[in-house]
Design a protein around this ligand. Sequence first.
Ligand code: GLC
Length: 416
Amino acid sequence: MQFIKPSRATLQHVQETARRVLDEQCVQVQGHRFTTPSTHHLEYAGRQWFWDSCFHAYVLAEFDPDRAKDEIRALLAFQNEDGFIPHMNYFNGDAKRVPEAFGRTLPTFWSSAYHSDLLQPPILALAVQRIFELTRDEAYLKEVLPKLERYYDFLHRTRNRAGDGLLSIVHSWESGWDNSQRWDSLYRIRSGRREEIDDQKLALFRQYQLLNWDIEAIFRLNSFNVKPVDFNVLYAQNTEILAALCAHLNRDGSVFETRSKQTSTAIFEHLYDGDTFYDQLADGTRSNVQSAAMFFPMLLGNEFDYSAILKKYLSTPQAFWARYPLPTTPPDTPLYAPDVYWRGNVWVNVNWLVVQGLIRQQETELALRLAARTVELVWQHGFWEYYNPHTGAGHGARELAWCSLVYDLAEFIKRH
Ligand code: GLC
């Protein structure tokens, strides 16, 4: 298998589409300018998602930095005094109406009509760093950095439960991989059908509502408590980035550097079993579900020989190197369903993060191959929320805005 460079016309086409899609999904609501995941999906109207917007801002920084800055400003609109930043903002104040699966309006859904009470993968520093790298706008950095510091402090304070540096999540929505087999044992999934999983997610949701979203009470309840490998890698990577951003403004960011190191060390000590990386469950055992999250530690600077993992898993057709890599869970995973939401599909944001990891590990050839296959998938099948790794068929929301990450993948390919 070798890297076959997509044609100039293909690269051009996906980049133009990426810009068009980002433009079309751009909205202005209640004085905020941001990009919804997809205007083709009613559920997204006037709503902003945390890690989606970080991806959008990362790409926008390249050709429309002012919009990238606004995207982040909107994301910070409902940051709490304690530093918390919600995973969803509802600028129309209609948070009581979702998710639609409930089929009715509840008197209170989240604690506020304007935002959710959960987190998403903490990639905010990565987006801000990208904006700063391309604009060198110190005034903007001064504006947002104290908010980032408060946010990453909050994560440390509330989610590093055991003090071992590994952060816990309390709902699969916090992982960004809502319906993955990674959470099946916690939700006691039997059929893997979408309705079954949605029921379990909402049942958990109801429990948290009754606790008024008090995070201490939620942890005492202990219904869902996982230390996911990817969430922790992204936290370690982003606190490392935050420390560097602090240094630009002569602020003391050493505490973030220390925390980043503590989390990275814990990932290699506790989430690696000698073969691959896994999530850790509440009882301290490792999950036995393999996923593309096993490649995320490459995003960190730790010395580690990835050659065995890459050979055995990433570049093996029976594992992750499908016709269109990478399925989020490999075909031999129980209840694998490549057309069902998060049950073994290709997601452009996951591929992009793995490409970044490969680049950091100087696995350039492999990074180029994965970038090229992702660009071709999107070129052949269009912009979709997720794809079947064997046929390329697109599913879910049409023209999902974070697919615009292919803009960045195409830039990377062009440079080689
Ligand atoms: C789904 C995805 C989540 C994403 C959101 C908006 O819930 O699982 O990762 O942030 O849609 O695109």
